[in-house]
Design a protein around this ligand. Structure first.
Ligand code: CTP
Ligand code: CA
Length: 226
């Protein structure tokens, strides 16, 4: 539901959002990735735009067009995502990492298509940098928001992640919950803070989740926590 009159509570603020999956190429025609649709991140970017923010959306490959009225940067790999997010984040007020960043990439990326060989093969993977943690190490006054999907011990694990990465809060969802599957238009999340406090939000549209996320982040901008 679009609202005709939105409060311009993000006017003068810069918001950076990451969205979608990353692709980690093994060779020119094969990659490791995941089914992130990008819808959650695009919803956050569009809601921030409608509230008056200067928005940069950094997205992996998704089937969504560039939204009007904001800057969209298309990337593929986690290393490219890192460069684009860090460049945009220097003067940002709020950074929202919805991207499903691949934890690993090929230790060696082949410049040529790898031919099939007889028998088993072993892939050597190396860890990607943790972008949210990197932002958290040099947080300044910025508000940092993460997302996490967990199959078990969700609140504990999300709180530990928020603490480890120095994020203000993490929105947690479970792949088993109805309406939270990859690619859907709705989402059911739990807001989890680093101190372990949490709020279960009702299942609702991704745009409404985005609105509530930005409400919470806005209260934290400039240390205006209440
Ligand atoms: N994230 C990131 N860079 C990475 C991995 C994750 O910035 N290399 C961000 C995600 O965008 C998300 C948050 O960190 O906002 C949590 O991602 P998640 O995959 O749950 O965290 P991990 O530390 O990778 O933990 P896990 O071992 O559970 O995958
Ligand atoms: Ca991960």
């Amino acid at each position: 539901e679009e609202q005709d009159y939105r409060e311009q509570d993000y006017r003068g603020l810069k918001v950076v959002v990451s969205a979608g999956p990353t692709r980690e190429y093994l060779d020119p025609v094969r990659f490791i990735s995941n089914p992130s649709s990008g819808k959650m991140g695009f919803a956050v970017a569009e809601d921030a735009r409608d509230r008056g923010a200067d928005v940069t959306l950094v997205t992996g490959p998704v089937n969504l067009p560039d939204p009007n009225g904001l800057k969209t940067v298309r990337i593929e790999s986690a290393l490219e995502l890192r460069d684009a997010v860090l460049a945009a984040a220097t003067d940002a007020d709020v950074i929202v990492m919805t991207a499903a960043v691949a934890d690993y990439r090929a230790a060696q990326q082949s410049g040529e298509k790898q031919a099939k060989v007889a028998g088993d093969v072993t892939l050597h993977l190396t860890p990607n940098p943790d972008i949210l943690a990197e932002l958290g190490r040099n947080k300044g006054g910025r508000v940092l928001v993460g997302f996490a999907m967990e199959t078990h011990a969700g609140v504990e694990r999300a709180a530990a992640k928020a603490q480890r990465k120095n994020a203000d809060f993490i929105l947690l969802n479970y792949p088993t919950r109805e309406g939270t599957s990859f690619g859907g238009d709705d989402n059911q999340v739990t807001l989890v803070r680093a101190d372990g406090t949490y709020e279960d939000w009702p299942r609702t549209s991704k745009r409404e989740v985005a609105r509530k996320l930005l409400d919470e982040a806005r209260r934290l901008v400039g240390g205006l926590a209440s």
